[in-house]
Every structure is written in structure tokens, then in C-alpha cells.
Write a protein that binds this ligand. Sequence first.
Ligand code: ATP
Ligand code: MG
Length: 337
Amino acid sequence: MEEKQADIVLTGDRPTGPLHLGHYVGSLANRIQMQNVHRQFVMIADVQALTDNYENPQKVRDNVLQVALDYLAVGIDPKKTTIFIQSMIPEIAELTVFYLNLVTLARLQRNPTVKSEMQQKGLENRIPVGFLVYPVSQAADITIFRARYVPVGEDQLPMIEQTNEIVRSFNRIYGDVLREAEAIIPKIARLPGTDGSAKMSKTLGNTIYLGEEEDNLYKKVMSMYTDPNHIKVSDPGKVEGNPVFAYLDAFDQDLAQVARLKEQYSAGGLGDVALKKYLYEVLRAFLNPIREKRKMFAQDMHAVEQLVKEGTGEARAVAEKTMKEVRSAMCLDYFMK
Ligand code: ATP
Ligand code: MG
């Protein structure tokens, strides 16, 4: 691992399925940039995945290396970024327990992202405590690596807020050990789903995967939600809230062309089929090299596992060091002499 003096970056993904375009826009694109300037840790969050998948441990397990493959395919470079598995750093769980004292139940129940996820998953009346407290566990993820920056999608803002509240409480009570973190949110902070809902998400099943095969990509694009009132080609259509245009904004380099298409669509005279075929070509050009690289790395899964193993070892050493300081600040440094 190259030594870098610069600030530390921590972020991650739940291994609940392969990664999709939303992950790319929300976080992966920033990580690819940040690994060149910062010391970056990327976590495969299997513990967090279990909070709402505890009945499907095999699914979580199977997706760990799939997520690692996605990282490699988009250009997260294991020479620059430490990729690790959350559950293999038990210090994170330990720190979470200490943090739980610093957070009230009411505060957790107010978290807007957790609230809407509970609703989506139908968990309102039987919330696993582990799920409710996952923002506390995220605070442990971030602070144990002393991260300054956290590149994430907009849905993660409440988690960073919660993290910094915990940091302030901890430092006030036990001394100045932890540092506050800052979310790095991209210009397009939330990519909508193919069904037009506000967020592309594995849970909602409205995704386009980074490893999507061409024929599936075509089917998904051609059946995307658009403006339901845009019936005849000549009808004026809505650009606002139309995910086809959101994807063009995110992935088409030809800004002048996107501006022309928007104008034509709003005025009437641009049909959904023609528009979607154009988007398909844009996404095909973006995804083809990613899929090819993914297949190449997938030929040697042992090597993928090996680099995650090495990253996990490095990450654990950093976490252990922070925990020594935390334990000592909390008067838990037994048997040291
Ligand atoms: P799940 O449904 O299992 O929660 P997810 O699709 O929400 O899956 P996560 O693993 O929870 O994905 O999110 C990983 C990272 O990707 C987070 O930083 C999150 O903000 C970002 N992200 C996920 N979906 C989107 C999206 N549609 N737009 C922007 N960022 C996103
Ligand atoms: Mg999520």
C-alpha cells in the first residue's frame, strides 16, 4: 500500500446484490477520483446487510465477492484503495456497543432514511433492533478509520449527521479522541429507478446493474418509466421527473445533444422509443468496458478473494489502533502494565 499523508476516506456498500448505476453515480465515481489523492478504505458491509437479510446469510455471503468484482471493474484499484469485509473487523462491533450509550431511541426513530427504508421493507411494526441502530454501526465504521471524507449518495446524509453527533458526545465525555466526518455528495445526488421512483435501489428492484448483459440492458431501458401523459410522438413530454433524462444527465458526455433532446421532448415530436434507443446506446457504451473487465477479473476469483483478505488485514490493524485509544479514553485499558 502506498503511503499517503492526505486525509482518510471511508465508504462502502451492502453485499445484498451486485452494484448498479445508482452506486456509480452516488459513490463509485467519487471513489475512483479520491483514491488518487487520499488514503481510501472501502468496506463491504456484510454486518449491515444482515440487519435486514439475517434470514439469508448465504445471499450476503455470495454477494461479498460480487461487490468486490464490481469495484475492480469500475476502476477501484486495490493498490490505492484498501478493500475489506466489515464482519472481519470485530473492533467495529465493539465500538458500536460503546456508541449505543450515546444515542437515544427517539433520535434513532427520527432518522428519515431509516424511516423510509422501514416503510419500504414493511418493517414498521417489527423492526429488528439491529436494523434500527445501523446508523450507529455506520458511525463506528467511519470513526474507527478516522475518516475525514465519506463519498456517498444523498440518502446517507442523515448517517453522517448522526456520526458527528456521536463524535461530539464521545469527545465531550471521554476526551478528544474522534474526528468529525464530511459527506462528499455528487452533483447528481440520487439516481432514480427505472420505474421512476426516487431512488434506484436493490431493494426496490428497479436497477440497471454494472455487469448487466446487453439484451437485459435493452429490455430494461425500453420498459423504463417516462412521462405517462406523453402518448403520441407529437405530444409535449415532461423532462422533469423523467428517469430517461436523469440517466442522460448522468451518463451522456454530449451535453449539447442532451439539451437538444430535452427541448424537442418538451415541445413535442420526440417519441419515447427513439429517446430510449438513444439512451440504450449511451449506456451500452458506458457499461460494455465495465462488463468486460468484470468478466476478466471473475476468471480468477481466488485472486479477488486474496486481495480482499489482504485489505481486511490492513484495515484491522488500523481499527485495532483506534480501539486502543478509545478503550484508554473510556478507562477500559485493563492489564496494560
Ligand atoms: P439496499 O437496497 O440493499 O440498501 P442500495 O441499492 O440502497 O441497496 P447500498 O449498499 O445501501 O445500496 O448503498 C451504497 C452506496 O450507494 C451509498 O453511498 C448510497 O448512498 C449509494 N447509492 C445507492 N443507491 C443510490 C442511488 N440510486 N443514487 C445515488 N446513490 C446511491
Ligand atoms: Mg441502501
